[in-house]
Design a protein around this ligand. Structure first.
Ligand code: LLP
Length: 440
């Protein structure tokens, strides 16, 4: 459903908009979100998971993980597409609400929610708070009691299945900050405490096993462990928790030739795996939910940069590498320097007959690790003023951006049918100076 095409003169058109016009109107760097594509990805998760779980007479809701990209307009899109929303802070909560996402459709996450965040969530009536520690159960209990409300709660479980980044299952990943451990008994203890409280309502159990997951095996294993926990708690308490959330993490393809975990494949294989796991663990079907972020927002977004200087260096092992410097970098895409993430770049506004040369696209920050695309073949005549497009930057690009070196964070615009709409405006120098409190 992606609407990127190349005109005869070599310029990219996204959502019917010529990138030269977008660059002219909004400046560069610029994040461009293809509305049709992002909505279609959301709808694909909704449709396939509904169908796949429906085959078993069960239900699966989709919560869009807004940490991957959020604007109030995106919250509205997700509501239009009948999705729910996962927010991980009071800030994400406010943006989701501003977009009109009904509080009942919102799940509040976070391993260290503040009192203010918990109060706000309870006052607006979010659908659920995902509790992350035994401490937090007591904290939410006290705040809910104080407010005279019942807090809907899901317990976040660390299943010991750690997946993502690689196509294998590493187990026993207990040593990290999230969730309540299954192995140590903290998870079942959390269920007991939530169940025992008059101010808390036990809605279910939640787990998130990682990101960029390609293997269904990891989901199968985590679902199995979650359903065993549910059965174990049912056996001792007589209560079957109504819902199991299996988290997000569906892998996308960042560079050509790499795999993605398609929602359709994932939905049917996960639903079948869950059915097997349930047959083994015992119990009635719970409701299910999932929380994809990157797989909805990632491929729908691209970043447009303008080339500044080009420099070719000799390599120790022989040969050359061309450094193509663009007007952004690690401030608008933290993923290469943080995770060694790969992307690819393409000349965006013209054709070139020049033979390609090994290039590295770098930013303008004062760090040698400030890499946008580590290795890419770009035409030999790429030069100052050229536009470069980097694909699949829609997830964790703008949301992890920063003002390092006092750069101005780029705008985010969405495109559709030849029209563009600002979601987040570019920082201005005035903004930047207003954050600084000048000496008297
Ligand atoms: N649910 C929970 C509880 C999560 O913590 C996350 C991601 C998701 C859902 C969505 O995962 P996704 O489907 O987007 O993979 N900044 C990193 C990723 C960190 C993700 C943290 N949690 C990156 O740029 O790759």
């Amino acid at each position: 459903s992606r609407t990127v095409e190349r005109s005869d003169d070599g310029a990219l058109r996204v959502g019917g908009c010529d990138v030269r016009d977008l660059a002219g109107q909004y400046g560069t760097p610029l994040y461009i979100v293809d509305e049709v594509d992002m909505r279609a990805r959301a709808a694909a998760f909704r449709d396939h998971f509904t169908a796949a779980f429906g085959r078993h007479g069960a239900r699966c809701d989709v919560f869009y993980a807004s940490k991957s990209f959020l604007s109030s307009r995106v919250a509205r899109w997700m509501l239009d597409e009948d999705l729910n929303m996962d927010v991980a802070s009071g800030g994400e909560l406010e943006i989701a609400l501003r977009g009109g996402m009904p509080p009942a459709r919102i799940a509040l996450h976070g391993n260290n929610k503040s009192d203010a965040e918990i109060e706000r969530a309870l006052k607006v009536g979010v659908g659920r708070l995902v509790v992350d520690s035994l401490d937090e159960i007591a904290i939410i209990d006290a705040i809910a009691f104080e407010l005279g409300v019942t807090a809907p709660v899901m317990v976040r479980v660390t299943t010991g299945v750690h997946a993502g980044g690689h196509e294998y299952i590493a187990t026993a990943h207990e040593d990290q900050k999230f969730g309540l451990s299954l192995a140590s008994g903290a998870a079942i203890e959390a269920l007991r405490r939530v169940h025992a409280s008059d101010s808390l309502e036990l809605q279910g159990i939640h787990t998130h096993i990682g990101s960029q997951i390609l293997s269904i095996d990891a989901f199968r294993e985590s679902a199995t462990r979650m359903l065993r926990l549910r059965a174990e708690f049912a056996a001792e308490s007589g209560v079957e928790v109504p819902e199991v959330d299996l988290g997000g993490g569906y892998a996308i393809s960042y560079v050509p030739g790499t795999q993605a975990l398609e929602p359709r494949t994932a939905a049917f294989e996960i639903a079948d795996a869950v059915a097997d796991a349930l047959a083994e663990a015992g119990g009635t079907w719970p409701r299910f939910s999932i929380e994809p972020g990157r797989a909805i927002s990632g491929p729908a977004g691209m970043t447009l940069y303008r080339v500044g200087v080009v420099k070719t260096v000799d390599l120790e092992e022989g040969g050359h590498r061309t450094y193509v410097a663009v007007d952004g970098g690690m401030s608008d895409n933290m993923r290469p320097i943080t995770y060694g993430a790969d992307y690819t770049a393409t000349l965006a506004a013209r054709l070139s007959e020049e033979p390609p040369r090994l290039s590295r696209v770098v930013g303008k920050h004062c760090e040698s690790g400030d890499i946008v695309v580590r290795n890419v073949e770009l035409p030999g005549d790429v030069n100052r003023g050229d536009l470069l497009a980097v694909a699949a930057t829609g997830a964790y690009g703008r949301t992890m951006s920063n003002n390092y070196n006092a750069l101005l964070r780029p705008a985010v615009v969405s495109v559709k049918d030849g029209d563009s709409t600002v979601h987040i405006r570019r920082d201005t120098m005035e903004d930047l100076l207003s954050w600084d409190v000048a000496p008297a």
